[in-house]
Design a binder for this molecule. Structure first.
Ligand code: GLU
Length: 398
């Protein structure tokens, strides 16, 4: 065929987190000895009551189409959750059930972005954000943050990034890949700038329950924010439901209507069965989540101490999510035993995977080539093995 395929699609990159996860899983399936801290995927099974609810849904014949926005009962329960956990008032008409939080981010951007619109994204950022913005004809406008500032964007930085073309800011709090969590005061400062400049906000809160010591607040709960914020959330991380693909958008009514329209044409709705599973997740209480949070906190502390020791510098403990974003640029310029130069996070991660069987994600995927990302949503044994391989890999560089 000579006719060109979609040029818009040619300009976006494939997801490196997904690519590394797929490659690691494939290598393991081929019998290779690979330790993967690639994708952020909790190692715990989906809690039993959720699986039982899904089985019941199948037995009860909940196997047909639902409304594009999802089942009313589930959307009502999402409203209860948003009130209980975040102090937010939503009506079920403002909730759209989606095929995971990634899909909810896509819906949100699709509802807002016109060609040429700028979307402000603090960097480091989750791989998917800029690519979706570009795909929709928008322009990602990055605001660089540094390890010294705990990878957090200040209100002043936000103000200076806003132009006539700014449509929205897209934040991930707690943040993948850095684990940073904005304090109440920091969010208040950002909210003031957002309201003053009359822009929208997409707030991806998929890691909200995984905070360690810090206090999570939704930016939608600040003065003037609810009417301009789309809250994105999902069950993949909080309830170990990555493969179920279920999440939601909570949006101001006019935006929710548009998202419902988009979804009605694109996917119709997320799986009926997964929606019943999410209903159980929303009703079952926080016992399982609390247990996971305690495990992740312990694992975070282990990873921070090990990686600090191996790199010979103290790395401060991230306050949320389940990632450690570690600085490795001082290793650049060294050579592998095979004589290849390691000049970037991609070179370094490729070397670790090929020679040590360790899969971690290059910081370049998240807009910061000086770091690499470890996911510590893995068993204690896996983390210990990963650290051993990381250390060996570094020792062998000359
Ligand atoms: N969000 C997870 C990660 O960053 C899962 C993979 C993906 O969707 O990017 O690893």
């Amino acid at each position: 065929m000579t006719r060109p395929l979609s040029t818009r699609t040619e300009n976006i990159a494939a997801s490196l987190t997904v690519a590394i996860d797929t490659l690691a899983k494939q290598m393991i399936a081929e019998g290779k000895d690979v330790v993967s801290l690639g994708a952020g995927e909790p190692d715990f099974p989906t809690p039993r009551p959720i699986c039982d609810a899904a089985t019941r849904a199948i037995a009860d014949g909940k196997t047909r189409y639902t409304a594009p926005v999802g089942i009313l009962e589930v959307r009502k329960e999402v409203c209860n959750k948003l009130k209980r956990d975040n102090g937010l008032d939503y009506a079920p008409e403002q909730i759209i059930m989606t095929s995971g939080a990634k899909h909810a981010v896509f819906n949100s951007l699709a509802a807002l972005v016109n060609p040429g619109d700028e979307i402000i994204i603090p960097a480091p950022y989750w791989v998917t954000y800029p690519e979706l913005v570009k795909w929709l004809g928008g322009v990602p406008k990055f605001v660089p943050t540094t390890i010294g500032n705990k990878f957090k964007m200040t209100a002043e930085q936000l103000q200076s990034a806003i132009t006539e073309k700014t449509k929205a800011i897209l934040i991930n709090n707690p943040c993948n890949p850095t684990g940073s969590v904005y304090s109440h005061e920091e969010l208040a400062g950002l909210a003031k700038v957002i309201v003053k400049n009359d822009i929208y906000c997409i707030s991806d809160e998929v890691y909200e329950y995984f905070v360690y010591g810090a206090q999570f607040a939704s930016i939608a709960s600040f003065d003037g924010m609810a009417e301009r914020t789309i809250v994105v959330n999902g069950f993949s991380k909080s309830h170990c439901m990555t493969g179920w693909r279920i999440g939601y958008d909570a949006a101001p009514a006019p935006i929710a209507k548009i998202i419902g329209k988009i979804q009605g044409q694109a996917t119709h709705h997320p799986s009926n069965i997964a929606q019943y599973a999410a209903l159980e997740a929303l009703r079952m209480g926080m016992g399982e989540v609390d247990k996971m949070r305690a495990a992740f906190r312990r694992r975070r502390d282990f990873m921070v101490s090990q990686v600090s020791r191996i790199l010979g510098e103290s790395i401060s403990a991230p306050e949320g999510a389940f990632y450690l974003f570690a600085p490795v640029a001082k290793l650049y310029g060294k050579k592998t035993p095979a004589g290849a130069a390691v000049n970037s996070s991609i070179d370094f991660c490729k070397y670790l995977l090929e020679t040590q069987g360790l899969a971690i994600v290059p910081g370049a995927a998240f807009g910061d080539d000086s770091c690499v990302r470890f996911s510590y949503a893995a068993s204690d044994e896996t983390l210990a093995k990963a650290c051993e391989r990381f250390e060996n890999g570094i020792k062998e560089l000359k």
